[in-house]
Design a protein around this ligand. Sequence first.
Ligand code: AMP
Length: 640
Amino acid sequence: MAKIIGIDLGTTNSAVAVMKNGELQILENAEGNRTTPSIVALSKGGERLVGLLAKRQSVTNPKNTIFSVKRLIGRKWSDPEVQRDKAWLPYEVQEGPGGGVQVKMGDKWYSPEEISAMVLAKLKADAEARLGEKVDEAVITVPAYFDDSQRQATKNAGEIAGLKVERIINEPTAAAFAYGVNKESNQKIVVYDFGGGTFDVSVLEIGFDPETKEQTIEVRATGGDTHLGGDDFDKKIQEFLVEEYKKQEGIDLAKDPLAVQRLKEAAERAKHELSSATETEINIPYITSDANGPKHFQIKMTRAKLESLVQDYLDRSVKLTEEAVTAPAPKGAGFKLGDINEVLLVGGQTRMPAMQEAVKKLFGKEPHKGINPDEVVALGAGIQGEILAAKKEGRKTEGEVKDILLLDVTPLTLAIETLGGVATPMIPKNTTVPTAKTQTFSTAADNQTSVEVLVLQGERPMAADNKVLARFMLDGIPQVEVTFDIDANGILNVSAKDKATGKSQSVKIEASTNLSKDEIERLKKEAAEHAAEDERKKELIDARNQAESLAYLAEKSLREAGDKVSEEIKTGVTEKLEALKKVKDGEDKAAIETATAALSQEIQKIGQAEYNKGNGPEENNAGGQGGAESGPQPEPGQPQ
Ligand code: AMP
């Protein structure tokens, strides 16, 4: 029974959930954690690191540590958001092919899809290790506001990592899924998702049919701010700390990049602590030095101070939430605040008590805190994965999961450019997907031989102010019927038909920053090769570790053997030990394994000799541990 894992591919952290033995579970990664930093790095030693190991070295290697790549995925270089991000991202960013974005790691440029694929490949490998089986299919979540190319690019990242992306679903929908599992009534829900990089608010309706026991989840409105997140809180704290230190010591730490990185980590830690404590002390030893020698950093910070620093952000998120709920459609859901039955908190930052208070004040009720805010989105994706897997296999869903009908909406209006550069809406924002709209284009008027069609996504009235999704030419035929089809993933497909003959026309889409099929295939191969290379490296390290343990054991046994063991045996062991020492740090795995096996056999002779002399294995270390089977060996699959 093949599993479809659910992946929350977050801006700062990612998580994986799956249905296992009838229970929905978060899968721990190789490091034993339930979330994985969405960070990739090339270490100073030239090794590719993903997750916690990448995060840990970011302080000393900021230029080659790629984080928050979700901000760039599927975006155009000219996008104002990209221009804004490139100013503060510590790694290099440049315009990529087709007007997209590229980031630099080491001396190579990568597309954001490739970087995301590296994170996904780790999530996949770790999930496989936990499950003890291969995983080839996934459901991946994206923010509700992600446009067509961001969704497509995320899907491509999955494919590069060797995952067939069965479905892209909106993060708030996934959260509601996780929440809606046991609810048997109609509900209006707000998902307030404050993560590390973005704030995303969604208004959903869960419908329940008591007869069929079927649930539907419909996204009624989405809103938020793509540049508001927990990172902004960290920055505010960091600035405050720099100012305080300047006042205290007269030293400007902002000029020292290493000090800034250390302050950044300390700021985030302090923020976390202030979610449970009302005061914390920030201690950073040896932050800088002056004429008198090294200096430490030591400043107290109260919860009240933190709240005053970020009050504007809290107010802003509350205002955006109110707007999404109460503004008339299509901007908002057109509900009253009092209509809302439940408010779900998603994203690590919602652990901040003042944030919970602000949400409570707005709705006049306690937000729902029953589900871990870091895991709820992945759990929802896991549920969707189980539903899709069950459907594929023609079986019933396992455990608590019911077959929920998912009705998602398009986050942005799909329009086409018409005369005078006007954007004419075709599929308005918040239309339930999948959906399709057909439009007839005429090339016959004014003796034209071809007509250019520009497909746009966005809410602005003029074409030029919106994002160009596709540009294509229709030629030769008087009347062409073009169908714009938004699938369940929120991804646009365009097809065309000659009205007179009913024959399909191919539509070649240009103006897309997304990778071509060939490019995806090439990158997929590269990623697979890299994974194989990683596996080889891991096996080599395992072999070396085993050799190391055995060599240690052999030396110990020889030392302790005394006269209980014949010189002949001792010489045999010594010879094999020397042979192993020669190869054990080399690259030849087979040679290491052969030498290890040979030594292991020799050592057994020591144990045997001692046993024969009536010195049982319990009383003697060499005998007891001397047998290769019982010797200390690194557990396979452990992170090295
Ligand atoms: P996410 O993107 O959902 O992983 O959220 C990550 C954000 O949540 C980061 O900005 C974290 O610093 C923040 N965060 C995690 N735990 C806490 C906590 N206990 N208190 C405040 N913020 C937190």
